[in-house]
Design a protein around this ligand. Sequence first.
Ligand SMILES: [Zn+2]
Length: 91
Amino acid sequence: MSIVIILLAVALGLIPAFIARGKGRSFLGWWIFGALLLIVALPLALVQKDRRPRCPHCAEMVQTAATVCPHCQRTLGQDPERVMHGSAATE
Ligand SMILES: [Zn+2]
């Protein structure tokens, strides 16, 4: 009986994990958090700010390690911080 509850918690913990991963957060950390405290982790994952940098060309969210924007196919800067600050970094 209790193994069913544990498996259910682990499975439901995937929900906040996928939401958080989509916002550039740790999948594993949010999976564990969601499995242990789903009632807290799920709303927190939903209200988390997106941590991914924006493409300076098209302003779409991109992965931190990306070197080419998947939306506009333009080359991104090597330094993620430069991408993060967009056109303000071209000084
Ligand atoms: Zn782009």
